[in-house]
Design a protein around this ligand. Sequence first.
Ligand code: PLP
Length: 381
Amino acid sequence: MLLSKNYLFTEIEERVKKCGKKDIINLGIGDAVRPVPKKINRSYVNSAKQMGAKSTFKGYPPISGYQFIKEGVKKRYKRFGVSLSDEEIFISDGAKTDLYALLSLFSTSTALIHNPSYPAYADANLIYGNRIEFIKSCRQNCFLPKPCDLKENYGNGYLIYICSPDNPTGVVYDKNALKLWVDYALNTGSVIIFDSAYADYIRGDYPKSIFELKGAESCAVEVASLSKTANFTGVRCGFTVIKNQFTTDLDKLNNLFKRLKSATFNGVPFVSQKAGESALINVGECLKNTDYYLENAKMMRAFFNDKGIFAVGGENSPYLFFECPCRLKSFDFFDILLNKAGIVATPGVGFGSGGEGFMRISGFNFRKQITEAINRMDGLF
Ligand code: PLP
């Protein structure tokens, strides 16, 4: 099956253009709006200056990342009780690149993907010609499907995608539920691709890394990002972790990944890695940043709760997933929200058929816009 046309955002753009409104509040975005925190930006600027001086200029970076940023990643994981060694860390230019690159490491050709989910998982597997089996993620299973929700046994060895906190639903797996997936992967010879892009939004007692769970070291790969932690969507820096215990018939998986990266990638810019190191060290600045978006999300969650509208997320995530009133379909309610309130949210169906009847709304905007959006929605619900 070939990639289909990405109609979602084009369709949204066209509908926004057509409505002719000027004062639109965009809560459909999954992009950061605030600047890079000051201290972190200082590292970025200083490293750019280094590139302009003969004595400090840097050429090609090491394929898997500079030692200085790997030390930052190690410190981060230490806070979760996970110890890492250098060869287990791969600095990336963000999570999306590695979500795709990883696929060439596995002979497994069936992917188990939540429906709804972040579209890049299905897209990457479609490009690879893999078979995709969707796992129903719905109100009944609290959008946190477990292995017992699988319809059938699809044969042995799958690529299982888990995003926690999840995009688009904003829900987060607890240790017990995540452990079920780790055990399932170990029992079926499967691989878990764990996307922790929103881990820094967790405030409750939930795992921030899959490696907090015993057994994950030999069946999981973790793809992480600083995009939403430190407003790095334009800086581009993240990291992927593959533990030494993950072995294959050929070699350790991290050795194979290094080989793959050497063949296809020339490393992450020095300036991005310097900014990344700073983000990993200046935890307080990142916390202030994620707290800001979280407060936005919490305000919207409180609004939906007050109105008796079913919503999940928004507590350990910048995203909320809410049910359209009157059983309306996603795009029908999108039009009402746009034309009557001048608000853009993302139709849940754009993340898969399982999202039909829901909308994703995001806290990635400024407080003034969030307050105004809540006021406008007050007249609508
Ligand atoms: N994973 C999820 C769940 C995301 O929502 C996003 C971005 O929106 C990414 C990965 C990609 O992040 P990056 O900017 O690090 O490529």
